[in-house]
Design a protein around this ligand. Sequence first.
Ligand SMILES: [Zn+2]
Length: 240
Amino acid sequence: MADIKETIDELVAANRILANEGVVDAFGHISARHPDRPDRFFLSCSRSPELVSADDIMEFTLEGEPVDAKGRRPYLERFIHGAVFESRPDVRSVVHCHSPTVIPFGVTGEKLRPIMHNGGCLGHDVPVWDVDDKFGSTNLLVINMEMGRDLAKTIGNNTVALMRGHGAAIAAPSVRRAVFIAIYLELNAELQMKAMQIKGAKPIKFLTDGEIEVTSKMILGNLGGSSDRAWEYWCRRAGV
Ligand SMILES: [Zn+2]
């Protein structure tokens, strides 16, 4: 039970942090896999992340079915989380956000690539999932498992996939790493855009494959405790 309370408290803090850092606004969400039951996950009810408290956290099956809704309304896009947890046993936290600077990279064919050291956590490839490819004209939301599974397939073994005209989905080994990746995803996109504006005809020197290997291992493996240091900083800023 202690583990469950800890997981829920961390998830509440993660909601507040992502809101405070501007990664999510009224929309977007973060989930955590159940610590004892890999076939379940925790996610807030349909509320803006800045307002989320422990009472809002609901438990779901990987199919996105609430275990005991207690009258609370779930997020429409909870299937993103269920499908990623289902396809990736290594993943313990999923973020879905509409991080604004990321959107242009999902609609232009311009690849989002790690441009600064902490952006190395984005990995070697940031694929783009286009809902229109398989589902035609929709409201762009992921509202069932079929759509969730199609998105999870695009994520594959990567850390991030962009969702064309919508946002991004992040698959991470912990809640803290998920927050780290979500924050640096937005910052990396912003910096890449700035570099593209000033580079003229010159090529940008992105992180090399070797650098991505080393930095992502450091960040995702928490070598040197840098992600705990970042977590403490973001908690303080968010007042949690
Ligand atoms: Zn969305």
